[in-house]
Design a protein around this ligand. Sequence first.
Ligand SMILES: *[C@@H]1O[C@H](CO)[C@@H](O)[C@H](O)[C@H]1NC(C)=O
Ligand SMILES: *[C@@H]1O[C@H](CO)[C@@H](O)[C@H](O)[C@H]1NC(C)=O
Length: 263
Amino acid sequence: MLGYKLLPALCSIGFALSAATSRHDCPVADVSVIAHTGESVGTEVVHNDVTLYVTGKPSDRAVLYLTDIFGIQLLENRLLADSFGRAGYFVVAPDLFNGTPSTLDLVDMTPAQRQSFLAIATPEETDALIGTAVDYLRNVKKVTKIAATGYCFGGRYAFRWLSGGTGVDVGFAAHPSNLQNSEITAIKGAVGVAAADADSAMPPARRAEIEALLLNTTQPYTLSLYGSVSHGFGVRANVSDPRQKFGKEQAFFQAVRWFDAWL
Ligand SMILES: *[C@@H]1O[C@H](CO)[C@@H](O)[C@H](O)[C@H]1NC(C)=O
Ligand SMILES: *[C@@H]1O[C@H](CO)[C@@H](O)[C@H](O)[C@H]1NC(C)=O
């Protein structure tokens, strides 16, 4: 099977050879790289007391995968990390919750539940865990370029780690929660966002604010809105529903294309 990264190259050759090449001869995305079910293929590594889910082949370009609130323990997070591996990246996902992820999504918690969860998973604590993963990539694996991709809880951190001098070069966030304006204005690299049309953490008015803030950063950015999907779709879509399946796959390819272009 051809690797995803090979397809654009073969496609350009095809174009050069024949002006009549149909657009269907030039697939923009090999859907077979994304797995929704099955067993994960990565391994766990402990670096400086932090558990890291590691997947993909060694490469000087890596994806730092920042999970939603369900953590690296959730199979769908591991499978999506594996998918970035099949798309050509070395992938590391830190255990952001020290072995005890939430069983309830942030948007489904009562205010009191949310407050007590976020009192433990603070930005200081979370940044320290992410820092250990970046250290592993840069200093153990000698990776030279890092793209951060984050989902819900982790989406905010894709922005936080794009503020320059952190070791992260490019970012992507699907349905980020708790993202602060100051964390958007601080970015020093290209960022992509995937948004759901049904997301109480990012309703239309907030989405418009985020767009205005992104525009003001003058960094390369993109924000795509996916229809008929809800908060969490980038990872936990119901793939029996064709609209949700499309949204999840397209948000994945949005991230891969973004990293291929800007990393
Ligand atoms: C964007 O920058 C302009 C000019 O500095 C400013 O007037 C505007 O309020 C900014 N927009 C946001 C959303 O911060
Ligand atoms: C998933 O989507 C299918 C097809 O739309 C639907 O029949 C099923 O009830 C959904 N499952 C859940 C858990 O919502």
